[in-house]
Write a protein that binds this ligand. Structure first.
Ligand SMILES: [Zn+2]
Length: 176
């Protein structure tokens, strides 16, 4: 059976609503949900949309909040750099809002396979499972190469890594 993967131009930022990271307070099993809430910032003459990033641990009392999202690097750029860089940190890949280690990450094919959350894992899984990949134009942008699927690192796309990557994705799913 041919499994089709349709690239609807999903971007990494589409998965940023919730990022699972390791809790800096209770560490081992702490699962944090980073929620991006849209807020309305009212200046003297104009109002603009901002966002608040809030971390709250489900296992301990740890909470942290950050409101200036503008300081963050473009997510996709950072994501690619994370994939390319040889990370020496024992914590591996860090989230780009608070610098906390991602909860869903594991070594795979000499690289680090990571995801923000379950939806992101499912996205990677359906991509890797697919034998036939196709791209569709974005509703607003038309054809573009900013989509997550088009920017995935080569090692994830290699057929010989398919089985291993899928196996690791399953392992990460067990951490959810
Ligand atoms: Zn905690």
């Amino acid at each position: 059976m041919v499994i089709r993967f349709r690239d609807y131009g999903k971007r990494l930022s589409d998965f940023e609503e919730e990022i699972l990271v390791r809790c800096p307070q209770c560490d081992a099993y702490g699962r944090l949900r980073l929620r991006t809430a849209k807020i309305l910032t009212v200046n003297s003459e104009q109002s603009s949309l901002g966002s608040i990033k809030r971390i709250s641990c489900q296992h301990c009392s740890y909470t942290k909040q950050q409101s200036n999202a503008a300081k963050g690097k473009p997510a996709l750029l950072l994501w690619q750099n994370n994939y390319m860089a040889q990370r020496n940190s024992s914590y591996g890949i860090l989230d780009h809002f608070f610098g906390l280690p991602l909860w869903l990450q594991t070594s795979c094919c000499g690289q680090v396979l990571w995801a923000y959350n379950e939806a992101h894992l499912n996205f990677l899984e359906s991509y890797v499972q697919s034998r036939l990949r196709e791209r569709l134009p974005d509703d607003t942008l038309g054809w573009h190469n900013g989509s997550l699927a088009s920017r995935l690192p080569r090692w994830i796309k290699l057929t010989q890594h398919q089985e291993k990557v899928l196996q690791k994705i399953q392992q990460l799913k067990h951490r959810l």
